[in-house]
Ligand binder design. Sequence first.
Ligand SMILES: [Zn+2]
Length: 299
Amino acid sequence: MNKIPMTEKQKNQIEEIYWKWFSKRHLKTFMEIIEQDTTLKKIIDENLNITKDSIKAFLLADTKKLADIKKNIDDYADDINDESKKFILKRYGNFRKSQAAKIIDVLGILTCPYCNQNYINIVYDKEGKLQFRGDLDHYYNKSQYTAMAICLYNLIPACKVCNQIKSKTDKKIQNPYDSSYSSKIRFKTEFDDQGDIDYLQGKSQNFNIVIDKTNILETDNNEMDLFELEERYNNLKRNAQEIIIKAKAYDIQYKKFLEDKFDIDGEELEKYIFGYTDKHIDRELSRFNRDIMKEFRES
Ligand SMILES: [Zn+2]
């Protein structure tokens, strides 16, 4: 639902963190392992040209390259050998424990990109070490695509609910690291079967929260189904009601007064009042808050 936005600087920073960790501690062994495994060799470089650079290119493959690698894996009849699998999964565990928090910190990801409902916590532990308390989802699952289980952009920070749901399916959804990705998911309210018009004034919770399917992409549709987004958001009637009341309370005149008082422009002010940001990924329910506000605010 939400992409993970990245500046060039952030991208360089996280790739540097990753490569420093891998090249210093694991590269040598990995090269030895690849030498013993023709399939893995082919997956990493189709021309079987295994160098430090080709390994780096594989581990830091962007979302487009990852899709190509996945296709190659699907085409090969052979699986990588057990030794390789063991090594990769162990390194993945190590990455999760020692590096994930640093990367999420650099990217400023605070909420789950799949649902935008739950926070992904990174915290300093008692020893002052940054720790990651969320889940890492393998965009391409690690049992079928074990070779990719340590590719940086295959590892999506996610909440436990979404990670658990996603592990049971291979429906095509967007990789949140895909920079060309722009979700068309929009939340809105509609009458339930009681047809209670009081809800439009924030006076009742007799309504439904749904996703507007007018411009929805196929991947959005899959995400909506998979992560049960409508069902999960339909529980947030109290939140929607609050937004409806705020939209009535902050009429044009009052907003103008606040804009002058805080010397802030109208759009900025709305972000504070209704609780949303441009990126969404750094604020829970951001997309929902913005959409419901747009439905009800005076403009
Ligand atoms: Zn989630």
